[in-house]
Design a protein around this ligand. Structure first.
Ligand code: ADP
Ligand code: MG
Length: 474
């Protein structure tokens, strides 16, 4: 699998020619990002970083990832409706982690008042790596599931065409024809449109809740424009706009600048630094409203690392998905080892094991967005420091997944063209809609392949580490 393009990857002249064609094709296709210097202006834009070559992905694992997505949709939805499970699972975490605690407070407050929301929309992305076993065989292992603001469903739809062209330039016409079409944005928009329709007000808009710094706007526009194509109005607002202009009427319908909002699609709100006092108030207002939140706060909590770790305990999946042994088996097959660092003997033991052998593990805080995990020596140092303090419970431990690297070129504006040893992460987008207790839509909406140089332990495309890629099934 590492050797898919061995004949061309070291051919400097061919690579240079293909890279020039690739960059122009990406710009023509709309694989775009705003610049770091002017992140809120489209006057100057650049191409979103991507690999020169598509990366080999074992077909069986790719199919396995698609086949388990509807199960994961069901699971996330089940967790989000299970107050007892969320309460028990997050009890230790919220003592040590302020951000999760604040989300949890809003969750409880909204439940106490009684939910006004009756239609639920989940858009998630389950991420995997291909773990290379001692026998050389690769296994699909989940890294995490993102239940809020899962991105790149738009831009990724542009990369397959670019890679098709690259392969042709490199004389690989037959291989080019095998790259799969992929347009997650269409599926995400379908879910949003369904939720909008069930909300039941023709005049109501879909509100994208967006960041202050909107560098990745084109990815969002892909979803947005699919909605305009369906004659659904979209507005883009930030938390501070909601704080200043948002209101609820007596039946908790949400209004922004006088327009009723049917669906709130969060592309923001998953990192602590987003929130000041006003933005927390805005978040509470949104959660209390009748509008369909994608996700509601319960579903955001269902995506925490702590929940992921508790799901891996024997018997938990069976309880959450009763009468679905096949779904449980498919889900469990993708789990890597996950370990609680809660106070007590179990946590003491695994902490000691990880300190003795840090390269076997990843230490994860309850954060999203990349760049927060700890590895190797740093893992050892931090764990040594916190092993006897309650702070330990704000982390989980996970087995480190070790994929087989492959050579590729990471194309980034203003960066030299050089070959890198790379590893890839496959994400599958899931979309579901529930009305009351009835699931009316449950689908896999497409995929995302991201690739990074092996020397980077952590970080996504937005963080400037990984780049967009296309799977070449082998
Ligand atoms: P975040 O919510 O910050 O995206 P992730 O769990 O996705 O957190 O981790 C961020 C990155 O760290 C992943 O994209 C992956 O590259 C790497 N990573 C996470 N968990 C593991 C693991 N168990 N083994 C190897 N790499 C991992
Ligand atoms: Mg991630």
């Amino acid at each position: 699998m590492a050797a898919a393009w061995q004949d061309v990857v070291r051919d400097a002249a061919a690579v240079r020619e293909a890279a020039a064609a690739a960059v122009d094709a990406a710009l023509l296709a709309g694989g775009l990002m705003r610049t770091g210097e002017q992140p809120n202006s489209s006057d100057v834009v650049n191409y979103a970083p991507f690999t020169l070559l598509p990366s080999a992905v074992p077909r069986a694992l790719f199919e396995q990832a698609y086949a388990v997505q509807q199960d994961f949709n069901l699971l996330v939805d089940a967790v989000s409706q299970n107050k007892e499970f969320l309460e028990q699972t997050l009890a230790s975490t919220i003592k040590a982690d302020d951000f999760t605690a604040q989300l949890f407070r809003i969750y409880m407050q909204v439940l106490e008042e009684g939910l006004a929301q009756t239609v639920f929309l989940g858009i998630n992305r389950s991420d995997y790596m291909f773990d290379c076993g001692l026998d050389g065989a690769a296994a699909l292992k989940q890294i995490e599931i993102n239940t809020i603001a899962a991105s790149f469903g738009g831009l990724t739809s542009r990369t397959a065409d670019v890679h098709r062209l690259v392969l042709k330039v490199l004389g690989k016409t037959e291989e080019a024809s095998q790259l799969l079409p992929n347009n997650p944005a269409k599926g995400l928009a379908l879910g949003i449109a369904k939720a909008w329709e069930l909300y039941g007000s023709q005049r109501a808009v879909v509100m994208f809740l967006v960041e202050e710094v909107q560098r990745n706007i084109f990815d969002q526009r892909c979803v947005e424009n699919e909605l305009w194509n369906r004659n659904i109005r979209v507005v883009r607002r930030r938390f501070r706009d909601v704080f200043e202009q948002g209101s609820l009427d007596a039946s908790r319908r949400l209004y922004i600048d006088g327009q009723e909002v049917a669906v709130v699609y969060y592309r923001e709100g998953y990192v602590p630094r987003t929130y000041n006092q006003q933005n927390w108030e805005a978040r509470l207002l949104l959660e209390r409203s009748r509008a369909v939140k994608c996700p509601d706060i319960a579903t955001q909590l269902a995506g925490t690392k702590k929940v992921q770790q508790e799901l891996s305990r024997p018997g938990t999946l069976e309880k959450l998905l009763p009468g679905r042994p096949e779904a449980v088996a498919r889900i469990r097959a993708t789990f890597a080892g996950l370990y609680s660092l809660d106070e007590g003997e179990e946590g003491d033991r695994i902490a000691a094991t990880a300190i003795a052998d840090p390269d076997r593990f990843v230490l994860k805080p309850q954060r999203e967005g990349g760049g927060n995990n700890l590895y190797g020596e740093e893992l050892r140092e931090v764990l040594e420091k916190i092993k006897d303090s309650p702070e330990r419970t704000s982390y989980i431990l996970m087995d480190k997944i070790k994929p087989q690297p492959a050579l590729n070129y990471l194309l980034r504006a203003h960066s030299p063209l050089q070959v890198s040893e790379c590893i890839s992460e496959l994400g599958i987008f899931g979309v579901y809609v529930r009305q009351g207790r009835e699931l009316v839509l449950n689908e896999a909406a497409g995929h995302l392949l991201r690739t990074k140089a092996v020397e980077h332990a952590d970080g996504g495309v937005a963080a400037g580490v990984a780049v967009l890629d296309t799977p070449y099934l082998v």
